[in-house]
Design a protein around this ligand. Structure first.
Ligand code: DX5
Ligand code: ZN
Length: 229
């Protein structure tokens, strides 16, 4: 059974000077989740924000806070991100030698556990941790920046991951360059969570955000039902 399509708004493309209002606006505009990109300037060539910022905006929305950790190492910081109010913590398979341990630590903190894989990382990197996972975040750009172009070669990998997952209760999330033109491709391949930053925040108003989110959802749902027909 296919899971519903969920849209996660990446606040990387929000107006940081009005971060709280922006989170409230995408929530009211119909985003299913809030996606928070934590970058350390070491694992990825950019720095964003950490646990205190997440804590400060936690009360702006009751929706799932989906925290994408682009940090190396991640393990020493998991507790701080859990305490800040994250619902789900995703670590990169490339960011540490003990992925299995990191995933156990996330679940021990009572949070949903995710693993992210970069475009060049093959799906076998996660083959032996599937039973420790609630979500797999398939990067469709090289992590570090919003507004990059979708890498089409990754669509095949999504399809293979969908087969690997089988009936396990694992979500497949896609992040990077997701817009209506690409949402259909990834949804037909088996992804059910669409992370989008620049596409969602285009237009700068709650009305624009609602239309942007609806367009993503429609593109994904249409492509998925076509693929199933
Ligand atoms: C990139 C981040 C993404 C980013 C996506 O490293 O993980 O979540 O916000 O941005 P867009 O949707 O603009 O490609
Ligand atoms: Zn992300």
């Amino acid at each position: 059974m296919d899971r519903p399509i969920y849209v996660a708004a990446s606040i990387l493309s929000a107006d940081f000077a009005r971060l709280r209002e922006e989170v409230m606006a995408v929530d009211a505009a119909g985003a299913d989740r809030i996606h928070l990109d934590v970058m350390d300037g070491h694992f990825v060539p950019n720095i964003t924000f950490g646990a205190p910022v997440i804590k400060a905006i936690r009360s702006a929305s009751p929706k799932i806070f989906d925290v994408h950790l682009m940090i190396e190492p991640a393990d020493p910081f998991l507790e701080a991100f859990a305490d800040a109010g994250s619902d789900s913590l995703t670590v990169h398979a490339e960011a540490g030698p003990h992925l299995d341990r990191s995933l156990q630590a996330i679940r021990a903190l009572g949070k949903k556990a995710g693993v992210a894989i970069n475009p060049a990382t093959p799906e076998d990197a996660i083959e032996y941790v599937l039973d420790r996972l609630d979500r797999i975040l398939v990067m469709t750009v090289n992590p570090g920046f919003g507004g990059q172009s979708f890498i089409p070669a990754v669509v095949d990998k999504i399809r293979r991951i969908r087969e690997m997952v089988g009936d396990r209760p694992i979500e497949i999330e896609v992040d990077g360059g997701v817009a209506p033109e690409t949402a259909g491709l990834v949804a037909a391949a088996g992804a059910n969570v669409l992370v989008a930053g620049s596409h969602v925040f285009k237009g700068g108003s709650q009305e624009a955000y609602a239309a942007n989110i609806a367009a993503l959802r429609t593109a994904a749902e249409t492509a998925r039902s076509r693929a199933a027909a």
